[in-house]
Design a binder for this molecule. Structure first.
Ligand SMILES: C[S@@+](CC[C@H](N)C(=O)[O-])C[C@H]1O[C@@H](n2cnc3c(N)ncnc32)[C@H](O)[C@@H]1O
Length: 428
């Protein structure tokens, strides 16, 4: 007989229920959460139980005197997350017992990752204080728009879409509960809800532009996969967790449609439930020739989710290669934007350059009182990385010059960081 799925279980494991004394002492903060996540310092059950009696009634005392929550009880987990939203974010939420209850720490992690992403592009609206995002499949909780707008109040606003009218009806009630802080100066809401037949089409973007798009799609391709045979003890509706083709098809359609809408959204992103699906989607993006792809892990306690982001407008990271002995190597110029930026910089320092027959930047510079020839090659070594190489003749010491050019571009991860990332991936 199949076990029924406990789809709500995505808990923030505060207290384990067995063998507590034999386990090493738990840290007082969850280091896996994003550094800005308000739930990084582990919530205090005693404080929450006293302040919020509705939550307190789900707590029981262990022999050791510590308070514990039964993580297998969907109602208790729901009340816990509703309490966290109230206590840490002053967001009021109600949810019927058959609707997906979002694990707050994980949802906040995704919001903070998007905050980091939109800072990468200096041209984004983030620098001007106003950021607009789309949430596909916002659900009854409307959790991402509520958290995003609250954490970044009053700068963020959202278009929140879903294909489930009932969920949107409840989402609207939740927005009403938070109306006071959600209204902008013109008394219109920072969050607009919209019913769509299929959010993955992106047809509803019209001519508007957005800083980011986010989605936490239904993970599974059928009910069998979720083992969700009845709704009796499940805490999610089938439409919230199942979609034809699972998350790969859902996000895959967004990838395909983003090829049409391209720069209308600066960052397209999605949360992914299975590592294998992340790999498939990464490959799809590379096959489509998307220039900038980023991935991340969104961990909360023992639960890991992944996130993927792609952009057609934010330039890929630039890595500077130190000069080699000579400048005989020939490359094609593939990244005209980087080429232009370097040429502009040199021109602003009155350094005359020419583009040689190979398309490389060539010129002369005074380095430590010696007139030195230099050549700069710019190559797209990988789809997500541009290499800039400097070749000096004879052995001019161009360290300061290179440092200056390096500062024109965002710093790429070091070799050590890249190795650590690769190791982390292998260990999964
Ligand atoms: C896993 S739930 C996510 C709910 C909420 N965003 C969260 O993270 O807790 C997926 C949501 O996607 C919606 N959905 C499913 N297929 C969709 C589609 N084709 N277009 C728009 N929304 C869809 C479902 O109704 C559901 O609300």
């Amino acid at each position: 007989m199949k076990r029924k799925a406990q789809i709500h279980i995505d808990p923030h494991p505060i207290v384990s229920t067995e063998n507590q004394d034999k386990k090493p002492k738990r840290q007082e903060f969850d280091e896996k959460l994003h550094a800005r996540n308000a739930l990084r310092d582990r919530p205090d059950f005693k404080e929450l139980g006293t302040k919020y009696p509705e939550f307190g009634k789900f707590l029981s005392e262990k022999a050791s005197g510590k308070l514990q929550l039964d993580w297998t009880n969907g109602e208790a987990v729901r009340e816990y997350n509703i309490t966290l939203l109230k206590h840490y974010y002053n967001i009021t939420l109600t949810l019927p017992s058959d609707q997906l209850c979002p694990p707050v720490a994980n949802r906040a992690n995704y919001i903070h990752w998007i905050e980091d992403l939109i800072q990468i592009d200096p041209a984004s609206r983030a620098g001007r204080g106003s950021v607009r995002g789309i949430d596909i499949g916002t659900g009854a909780s409307c959790i991402y728009p509520l958290l995003g707008c609250k954490i970044n109040h009053p700068n963020w606003s959202f278009l929140a879409v879903d294909n489930d009218a009932q969920s949107l009806y409840i989402a609207e009630q939740n927005l009403n509960l938070n109306r006071q802080w959600l209204s902008d100066q013109n008394q219109s809401s920072l969050i607009q809800l919209r019913h769509v037949t299929d959010g993955t089409t992106l047809d509803y973007l019209g001519q508007e532009t957005y800083d980011f798009l986010m989605t936490n799609p239904p993970f599974f391709s059928d009910l069998e996969e979720t083992q969700l045979n009845e709704r009796v003890d499940a805490t999610a509706k089938a439409t919230e967790v199942v979609t034809q083709g699972g998350e790969v098809e859902f996000v895959g359609k967004i990838v395909e449609n983003s090829m049409r809408t391209k720069g209308q959204v600066t960052w397209y992103t999605a949360m992914i439930g299975r590592k294998i699906d992340l790999t498939v989607l990464e490959r799809k993006l590379r096959q489509c020739g998307v220039p900038h792809v980023k991935t991340s892990e969104l961990s909360q306690g023992k639960t890991t989710r992944w996130a993927i982001a792609w952009s057609f407008t934010v330039p890929p990271p630039v890595r500077i290669v130190r000069p080699r002995r000579n400048f005989q190597i020939q490359h094609k110029i593939l990244n005209s934007e980087v080429h232009q930026k370097i040429q502009n910089h040199l021109a602003s320092h009155n350094i005359l350059t020419r583009t040689d027959e190979e398309g490389r930047i060539a010129g002369q510079i005074e380095l430590e009182a010696v007139i030195t020839d230099f050549i700069i090659t710019i190559t797209q070594s990988r789809e997500d990385q541009t290499l800039v190489a400097f070749y000096f003749s004879p052995e001019g010491n161009g360290t300061a010059f290179i440092d200056e050019l390096e500062s024109l571009f965002p710093k790429p991860p070091s070799r050590k960081e890249r190795r650590a990332e690769a190791r982390a991936r292998e260990n999964k």
